[in-house]
Design a protein around this ligand. Structure first.
Ligand code: DLL
Length: 447
């Protein structure tokens, strides 16, 4: 059963609603945001030119770079005093991307998440242990609002702290989990070591998302916990979680809340709109958003659309599980990381060169990052001279210098990307040079 009647509209009713909202949005950003106003002028476009949904293709794309260039608030359309909540996410270099919500935006977000919880079979009477991080990340608060909207009881434990997670599951009688899939895999491992049999707890369901994952990982989590798991998708720029969700009845594609977020699939190279069913880059236009509405936002996520109504009764268009990205963004334990952020730190440091490699590995069930960086000739000469001076004390000094350099780099990178990395300092020239585009990432995670 759907949460809201908009989820089951006839296609023609949905399209009428979408067009009305799109036209309002276009008029609103044209009059309220100078970036979009300028873009319209450049294209010789007026809001009245958008007469049908097909006219969407006349509108300019918005990219992560646009958000970065207008950091923090220049893409907001609402006045600052109407913004009641802020979040932020990784940009491609040092600065994050900021997003802001008006009261009405929070209401729409909660509604989108209410549908997501209902789709996942979670509602009144459930105890939801919300493992998504609270803070600037949208996962924690987004899931929190959704749980409250459907009348479930929410335990706002946030991420980490495996022992306490397990204790609360037992003591509070948790029935539903909201988490990144990788953390649930990890938590199970910890629980097993403690002799916990998760199947004897009251757990029934989970909503997982915020990172790419596979059908086999779903099966594994379901089997380990004895629960049913739905995939949920979203991104901060559009709203956070709640852009699309699977229904527990079918679990065959994610229903997009398309009366709030209008989807298109484009060819990532040419920008052309692709026909239904073809894989390409997902693009969203927010059609009921006031703080920071975005036109044709390029998500870089690869997926497909399916307009056939679902046997669950919902008519919302479905997107296929996200299979990858058309850029180099990595998602490590739910945290978005761009190699360029790491590069920005390396370029600022003395003693290391811009030759580096980011290695993604899976240790046990958790993903980890290792950064291999070449030190400079000068650093080597200085280190060698220290060693050649001969006595043990100098060698120790040198070891300390290397250790200090590693530690500083580690801290700087953590400050920017938010997670710890291992650093390998290697001699100049030891990282393979490529002839074309430099290969900066080696993803050793099992597929
Ligand atoms: O990850 C919002 C979210 C929170 C979604 C909790 C689901 C659950 P960001 O941090 O802005 O927002 O990261 C957005 O994460 O563009 C995708 O690349 C990826 N992503 C999110 N959900 C999924 C998913 C949140 N179910 C970026 N499958 C997106 C694959 C996902 N990738």
């Amino acid at each position: 059963m759907a949460w809201n009647k908009e989820e089951t509209l006839h296609r023609s009713e949905m399209q009428a609603l979408q067009l009305a909202r799109l036209q309002d949005t276009v008029a609103y950003v044209y009059t309220h945001n100078s970036h979009y106003h300028r873009q319209f002028e450049k294209l010789g476009l007026k809001p009245e030119d958008i007469r049908s949904l097909a006219d969407l293709k006349l509108l300019p794309f918005t990219t992560k770079q646009d958000l970065r260039d207008h950091y923090p608030f220049d893409l907001f359309s609402a006045p600052r005093d109407e913004i009641v909540e802020y979040h932020a996410t990784s940009g491609t270099t040092g600065k994050p991307i900021a997003v802001g919500y008006t009261r009405k935006d929070l209401d729409v977000w909660s509604e989108a998440m209410g549908r997501t919880f209902t789709g996942g079979g979670i509602g009144k009477g459930d105890v939801v242990q919300n493992i998504f991080g609270y803070g600037l990340f949208t996962g924690g608060l987004g899931a929190h609002y959704g749980a409250i909207r459907v009348g479930a009881g929410v335990v706002p434990i946030s991420g980490g702290n495996s022992n306490k997670q397990i204790m609360l599951m037992e003591d509070f009688g948790t029935t539903a989990l909201t988490s990144t899939p990788s953390f649930l895999m990890h938590l199970h491992e910890v629980g097993e070591e403690m002799g916990i049999n998760f199947k004897q707890l009251k757990l029934k369901r989970a909503l997982c998302g915020a990172e790419p994952w596979s059908e086999s990982m779903r099966e594994s989590i379901q089997e380990k916990y004895g629960i049913s798991v739905c995939d949920i998708y979203g991104l901060s720029e559009i709203t956070g979680p709640g852009v699309a969700f699977e229904c527990h009845e079918e679990r065959n594609g994610l229903h997009i809340n398309e009366d709030f977020f209008y989807p298109e699939i484009i060819d990532p190279q040419s920008g052309e709109i692709l026909p239904e069913g073809e894989e390409g880059e997902l693009v969203f236009t927010t059609i009921l958003k006031f703080g920071q509405p975005l036109l044709r936002y390029r998500t870089r996520d690869l997926s497909r659309l399916n307009y056939a109504p679902c046997s669950c009764g919902r008519t919302l268009v479905r997107m296929a599980r996200v299979t990858g990205r058309s850029d180099d963004m990595l998602i490590i334990r739910g945290v978005n990381v761009f190699p360029s952020q790491i590069e920005a730190v390396i370029l600022k440091r003395e003693g290391v060169s811009p030759h580096y490699m980011v290695i993604v590995e899976r240790k046990g069930t958790l993903d980890s990052l290792r950064v291999k960086v070449e030190v400079t000739e000068e650093f080597m000469i200085k280190a060698a001279a220290d060693i050649l001076k001969g006595d043990e004390f100098d060698i120790l000094e040198d070891v300390t210098a290397v250790r200090r350099k590693k530690k500083n780099l580690q801290q700087d990178i953590k400050d920017i990307i938010g997670i710890s990395v291992d650093i390998d300092l290697v001699p100049p020239g030891s990282i393979a040079r490529s002839e074309g585009k430099a290969k900066r990432v080696e993803d050793r995670r099992p597929k």
